[in-house]
Design a protein around this ligand. Structure first.
Ligand SMILES: Cc1cc2nc3c(=O)[nH]c(=O)nc-3n(C[C@H](O)[C@H](O)[C@H](O)COP(=O)(O)OP(=O)(O)OC[C@H]3O[C@@H](n4cnc5c(N)ncnc54)[C@H](O)[C@@H]3O)c2cc1C
Length: 399
């Protein structure tokens, strides 16, 4: 049998799935996305796209599309104590000074990704309910009765991944003890708000953050509050605005005034998972939250998912369908070194934000010097690193 191009199936049309599918397409790998929802869509909330993933998305052809809908984040970005005392500046550039960072409305990001696909490459209304594979092919079953075959299956189906159990024994996500109240406010309601600022206020067991999205027309806010009750992870759960206001009563006037403007907010229980034993099995690979769900305290979950997709695409480019199962372990080896660190650092940063990391003075010092970690995150170029890794692996194999 001659060489055959890889046919990939991506399960999950979230930020991880659609960006991975774009990365594969860009490297001439045939791809179909299967999403359970009847339509692609994301909740009305913001997501940070940091330099480490923005430089990848720009190379993938999204420079103009993102500049059109993103909100530049930069000037005035600062950390404060709960009363508004300045703790330090927030780094918003990479080491070269490139201010490649957007606050994005999640739906805007997904729309940009989806617009780049050929017709029929995204199949909505396809909830994956089963997976099997032989040496030659992988097969997916969907709740609507359809079946699909592929040489490679990427499980980008989120923290409650249905496909994870085909890779490792199921492990339940761990509840952080904290809940995020979240939503969007028209910037017109707060005309004096700093246009480009990412701002974080840190108090006892709680923190509050704000950044602009959609060209700066909207402000995305998140209030993190401890709770004993494990909240479902559902953006459709409507939060109690008065409870949010009570949680931040007496904080800096900027926070209190913003909360006064909120009409509706949503809440979300915060979960992560310790690093999984494995991410791949034969022709199946986990990606994004399905592989490494992390707490949002570094804003890197979606950014790391985007990096995963680029890495996979580089490692698979030009390879044969028969080689997929041999290549996937190198994707896991290459990626988890970084994501294990980011998962752990996100937990630590949450403790700092919630003032649970030593004395306040120690915490303030750590926050003020957090630029070192941020530089490590933002300077990384996953495409270049994966190209080098692939070349080194080849040299080692031929040695
Ligand atoms: C409060 C909060 C703030 C955050 N802020 C940031 C931030 O600023 N920056 C950042 O990088 N990250 C942030 N994150 C994390 C980020 O949202 C996630 O890491 C990211 O969305 C993961 O993307 P994903 O595509 O892997 O999974 P998901 O976004 O969960 O997408 C999974 C997709 O798969 C679909 N699906 C599920 N099961 C099936 C099935 N069986 N068959 C077919 N389809 C299926 C779902 O419908 C969904 O569309 C934040 C998270 C929270 C909770």
């Amino acid at each position: 049998m001659g060489a055959a191009n890889i046919r990939a199936a991506v399960v999950g049309g979230g930020i991880g799935g659609l960006s991975a599918a774009n990365a594969l397409l860009r490297r001439s790998i045939d791809v179909t996305v299967y999403e359970q929802a009847p339509q692609l869509g994301e909740v009305g909330a913001g997501v940070f796209i940091y330099p480490n993933s923005l430089r990848q998305l720009e190379r993938m052809g999204f420079r103009k599309a993102l500049a059109k809908v993103g909100a530049k984040v930069g000037a005035g970005s600062e950390y404060y104590r709960m009363d508004g005392t300045l703790v330090g500046k927030i780094l918003t550039t990479d080491s070269s000074g490139w201010n490649g960072m957007y606050g994005m409305h999640r739906a805007d990001l997904l729309n940009a990704f989806a617009a780049a696909f050929p017709a029929n490459a995204i199949r909505t209304g396809h909830r994956c309910v089963g997976f099997e594979q032989s040496k030659d092919v992988a097969r997916l079953q969907f709740a609507n009765g359809n079946v699909a075959e592929a040489d490679l299956v990427i499980a980008a189906d989120g923290i409650q991944s249905a496909l994870q159990k085909y890779v490792v024994e199921p492990s339940t996500p761990e509840y952080s003890g904290s809940r995020a109240y979240r939503g969007l406010i028209a910037r017109d309601k707060l005309p004096n708000w700093r246009r480009e600022a990412h701002q974080v206020w840190m108090g006892d067991g709680k923190h509050f953050m704000v950044f602009p999205v959609r060209r700066g027309e909207l402000l995305n806010y998140v209030g993190f509050v401890p709770t004993e009750n494990e909240t479902v992870e559902s953006w459709s759960a409507v939060g109690d605005r008065n409870e949010l206001a009570a949680s931040f009563a007496g904080w800096d006037a900027a926070v209190v005034d913003l909360i006064e403007q909120i009409e509706t907010c949503f809440w979300w229980g915060l979960y992560d998972r310790r690093p999984l034993r494995s991410w791949v099995n034969g022709r199946l690979a986990l990606l994004g939250d399905a592989a490494h769900p992390m707490l949002p305290h570094l804003g890197q979950g979606a950014n790391q998912a985007i990096e995963d997709g680029v890495a996979l695409a580089v490692l698979l480019e030009g390879r044969d369908a028969d080689e997929v199962a041999d290549i996937l372990p190198s994707y896991e080896r290459f990626r988890r070194e970084r994501t294990d660190v980011v998962q752990a650092e996100a937990r630590k940063n949450g403790l700092r934000y919630d003032s649970r990391s030593g004395t306040l003075e120690q915490r303030d010092k750590e926050i003020a010097s957090s630029a070192t970690l941020r530089k490590w995150l933002y300077d990384y170029d996953v495409e270049q690193a994966a190209i080098s890794y692939r070349a080194e692996s080849r040299t080692a194999a031929h040695a």
